[in-house]
Design a protein around this ligand. Structure first.
Ligand code: ADP
Length: 278
């Protein structure tokens, strides 16, 4: 679609002159549609837990003389309100990374990847332990070889901490890795392993490998979209928002990198972040 702007004719002259402004609005239209879809999605995602909370609260008040019921429904209310909080936090994070698109290079700092990986793993410790999942970390570069550690190793080998450096925002990059580790745990059965490896060879690669449910080929293209979930019911039941990978992708792009996925249903998934070396 095309819009036509002001039409100017020279005042009654023999050779009429027209100035026509042409503007392609298909992109604007597309953007507007995306914005509308986003608002619809957000409203829906917020309404679901909000509605549940209000229903559960009614149930609690009518079951006031049954302590077991009160405990059960209160627990569910608290779960739903955690969901609301997580959703709002992720929306704010998404807004922030979207606003920063294209600006990031100006306020970037040297970031030690082994350090942020260790922190991201530590922040997922409780969830991993609850499912008896061990997270193994590997750090390597071309000259020093590879070091391996698990989060409960005590004293980590920090010899590569000052070697594997990228330029970016430390908190954001940690969030990106944390989201991948969180998903790896989330979508894996109990008693499995999650591997997080960091490798420097010209560029810096962070790879998160799980032995989880995997992602069907047709869905692999879409998982980085906002609110896309392979199995909405399953993801919601386990507290997913469908925003984690969209946020992660923005962060990685802001740091000049790319993210990709390999996966086979029933075998597991591997997410790779590839960043320029500082
Ligand atoms: P969510 O909060 O739902 O996990 P994400 O944006 O982080 O949202 O992920 C989008 C979808 O991609 C998830 O709902 C899930 O279906 C799929 N997914 C992401 N990571 C994995 C993984 N490691 N294993 C299997 N499926 C995954």
């Amino acid at each position: 679609p095309v819009t036509f702007g002001t039409e100017i004719a020279n005042a009654g002259g023999a050779n009429e002159l027209y100035v026509i402004f042409l503007e392609d609005i298909s992109e604007k239209h597309h953007f507007e549609q995306m914005r509308r879809d986003f608002v619809t999605n957000v409203s829906h995602e917020l309404k679901t837990p909000a509605g549940a909370i209000s229903l559960l609260a009614e149930t609690v008040s009518s079951a006031a003389d049954d302590p077991d019921a009160v405990r059960y429904f209160s627990g569910r209310i608290s779960k739903e309100s955690d969901r609301l909080t997580e959703l709002v936090q992720k929306l704010i994070a998404l807004q922030k990374v979207q606003d920063e698109d294209g600006l990031a290079a100006t306020d970037s700092e040297p970031v030690s990847i082994p350090k942020i990986v260790r922190e991201a793993v530590a922040e997922n410790e409780v969830q991993a332990a609850a499912k008896h999942i061990e997270i193994r970390m590997y750090f390597g570069d071309d000259t020093e070889g590879v070091t391996a550690e698990t989060s409960n190793d005590g004293q980590p080998d920090t010899s590569l901490d000052d070697e594997i450096i990228v330029k970016g925002d430390a908190d954001s990059l940690k969030t990106a890795v944390k989201n991948l580790v969180e998903n790896a745990i989330h979508y894996s059965p109990e008693n499995t392993h999650v591997g997080v490896s960091v490798r420097k060879n010209g560029r810096v690669q962070i790879r998160v490998v799980d032995q989880g449910i995997g992602i069907p080929a047709d869905a692999q293209k879409r998982i980085f979209e906002r609110f896309y979930r392979v199995d909405p019911a399953r993801s919601r039941a386990t507290g997913g928002t469908g925003l984690g990978l969209a946020i992660t992708k923005h962060i990685v792009q802001d740091a000049g990198g790319t993210i990709s996925v390999w996966s086979r249903p029933g075998e597991g998934s591997t997410f790779t972040i590839d960043l320029p070396n500082a």
